[in-house]
Design a protein around this ligand. Structure first.
Ligand code: UD1
Ligand code: CA
Length: 457
């Protein structure tokens, strides 16, 4: 169960806290990913503030329960339990939606520890130099967990404790169902605190355990935008390190942003100032950047992609892209395609080995293999109302500065003369010329000048 109904007042935002993004994903996405990583049988998110927006953003990823009024973490869990059948038992892992740095491995260790110890509740804790704001872990002389006291309810002695409640717990589900009915709001905020379940377990002679982790970074929650930026930095560093350990060269991790959900193959080099977003997949032995921006794109092996942008595009093996190319959604480049400077491609399939080295726009077109699309070629795919599709066959040579007014069909092995405006289909093997024949007027310049010079006198 993921608690995400709170407002996040300190974000000073109209957007619910868990939808604020760190490295291109809402922070809740990372918590859900960690929950998936422990093979949770079911994931339920408790929503409240901005519930509709949160639901829309994570449709299909988790189930949701609405907590109409935010009466505290204990109340949130009580509401959330309605999503789970009364007949279920076992372990309930409770997480907060604002802790994006939690790792699945750590959650697994917590669950294992909990299940082996037979505790009714196990809380994940960490020691902080500055525990201000967190609930404090109060232990007895033997080190057993007694209770958790919130900052605002703590006395001086309790405030001096540096071990804090991370907000992550494992519960025996049967115990939890009963315990949340026994919570009382006799605290400074008048809320139902989930943390009071520790004292309830102790009162009933059940075991309450603490599982302390070393890496406190993992449990740091996001409360404001300064912490959001700090968490993003950690996520970026982790991703770059994981890739480097897996054989990817990241030349300058500090100036490179790689989405934690992106995948990159071994021996690929990521040059500085590159941004790799979304679920982009890059193959092996590529050279990406400097200054590449790839979003939700698929790049094959041995691709060179520099100082260019791709959005929802596919580049197969051996592609050579850039500089200053723009591959827009539904671009599909087959093997060994060259897309050079100031070339834009949109919603088009480009066949194997085709080259368009400079200053070209290809939109809504199917281009065959082995073509040469020379400088300044434009597919005129839009008449102001309708977008239409054109087709170019294999081994077509399109000369410089050609307009292809869609829809046209250029068959295989066609040559199109430079400067042509093609409005009709061209049969295979022909040369198409569609421009005025040239006229040279000899001696014209001299007459022209003489006429003007006479006027000036
Ligand atoms: C809580 C813990 C504190 C712990 C800290 C760790 C309690 C009483 N305190 O404090 O011991 O150190 O987390 O970060 O549990 N939420 C709801 N519904 C509500 C209230 C909260 O869904 O009615 C959700 C929030 O969206 C958030 C989480 O529960 O994701 C924690 O709530 P928050 O108000 O941030 O708790 P803290 O005061 O930080
Ligand atoms: Ca709070």
């Amino acid at each position: 169960m993921i608690l995400a109904a709170g407002k996040g007042t300190r974000m000073k935002s109209s957007l619910p806290k868990v939808l604020h993004e760190a490295v291109y994903h809402p922070i809740l996405a990372y918590v859900i990913e960690a929950a998936k990583g422990v093979d949770a049988a079911e994931i339920c998110t408790v929503v409240g503030h901005g519930a509709d927006a949160v639901r829309a953003a994570f449709d299909g990823e988790t189930s949701f329960v609405l907590q109409r009024e935010q009466k505290g973490t204990g109340h949130a869990v009580r509401e959330g339990l309605s999503a789970f059948s009364e007949h279920r038992d076992g372990t309930m892992l409770v997480l907060c939606g604002d802790t994006p740095l939690l790792r699945a491995e750590t959650l697994k260790k917590l669950c294992d520890y909990h299940e082996q110890s037979g505790a009714a509740v196990t809380v994940m804790t960490a020691s902080l130099d500055d525990p201000f704001g967190y609930g404090r872990i109060i232990r007895d002389r033997e080190g057993g967990l007694l209770k958790i006291v919130e900052q605002r309810d703590a006395d001086e002695e309790e405030k001096a404790v540096c071990e804090i409640n991370s907000g992550v717990y494992c519960f025996d589900l049967t115990f939890l169902r009963d315990a949340v009915t026994k919570l009382e709001s006799d605290n400074d905020q008048g809320e139902l605190y989930l943390t009071d379940t520790i004292a309830i377990a102790n009162g009933e002679g059940r075991k309450a355990a603490a599982f302390q982790i070393d890496d406190y970074e993992e449990v740091s929650g996001i409360n404001d935008r300064v912490q959001l930026a700090a968490a993003a930095k950690v996520l970026r560093r982790r991703k770059a390190e994981a890739l480097m350990r897996a054989g990817v060269t990241v030349v300058d991790p500090d100036s490179t942003i790689i989405d934690p959900f992106a995948e990159i193959g071994a021996d690929t080099i990521i040059e500085p100032f590159s941004i790799i977003k979304g679920r982009t997949v890059i193959g092996e032995n590529c050279k990406i950047g400097p200054d590449a921006e790839l979003t939700d794109s698929v790049i094959g092996n041995d691709v060179k992609f520099w100082r260019s942008v791709a959005v929802e595009a596919t580049v197969a093996d051996g592609g050579n892209i850039g500089p200053f190319a723009y591959l827009r959604p539904k671009t599909e480049l087959k093997n060994n395609v060259k897309v050079g400077d100031f070339v834009e491609v949109k919603n088009s399939v480009i066949g194997e080995g085709t080259k368009m080295p400079h200053l070209t726009y290809v939109g809504d077109s199917d281009v065959g293999s082995g073509c040469n699309i020379a400088c300044g070629t434009i597919t005129c795919n839009y008449d102001g109302f309708l977008k239409t599709r054109s087709k170019i066959g294999d081994r077509v040579f399109v000369g410089c500065n050609v307009n292809l007014v869609s829809p046209v069909h250029i068959d295989n092995d066609v040559y199109i003369a430079a400067g042509s405006t093609i409005t009709e289909s061209v049969p295979g093997g022909s040369l198409a010329i569609a421009r005025e024949r040239q006229v040279n007027k000899e001696g014209w310049a001299e007459k022209f000048r003489a006429m003007h010079m006479k006027d000036e006198k």
